[in-house]
Design a protein around this ligand. Structure first.
Ligand SMILES: [Zn+2]
Length: 134
């Protein structure tokens, strides 16, 4: 069962949404498990690595320009967000993550980056959405 991480704009929390099927995940019918809000920003799955204090996300929610950028799905805002997450978590980004952020910074969409990244051979990410036509 796929699990995606989202940022909820309503309760300002990072939440994990569990889907029963890939089709359901693909449809993007996500609701916040905390407050049932539907204003969710999907986070890159790799962001799971940076799991740490929720307070770091809350402090970023105080930065209106950043949150606006994220809401508008501005890749540069997302790059900024991820760098800041890493800083506040005190965990350095690995090489792959740095590449992702550089590409976001260059204006590439998270979806296109995610699709082009190699998946771990023994991971649970098989059957990623969008790869069915290959
Ligand atoms: Zn919520």
């Amino acid at each position: 069962m796929p699990i995606y991480e989202y940022y909820c704009y309503d309760c300002k929390k990072r939440v994990s949404v569990l889907y029963r099927t890939m089709a359901e995940a693909d449809a993007g019918a996500a609701a916040c498990p905390e407050c049932a809000g539907e204003r969710l920003q999907r986070l890159m799955s790799r962001l799971r690595v940076l799991r740490s204090e929720e307070s770091s996300v809350e402090s970023m929610a105080d930065d209106p320009s950043l949150m606006t950028g994220l809401q508008q799905e501005d890749p540069r805002a997302l790059a900024h967000f991820m760098r800041k997450m890493s800083d506040e978590a005190g965990e350095p980004l690995d090489e792959e993550m740095n590449e992702v952020i550089d590409r976001l910074d260059a204006g590439e969409s998270p979806e296109s980056i995610e699709e082009s990244m190699p998946q771990p051979p023994d991971g649970d990410e098989r059957g990623m959405p969008g790869l069915g036509g290959l």
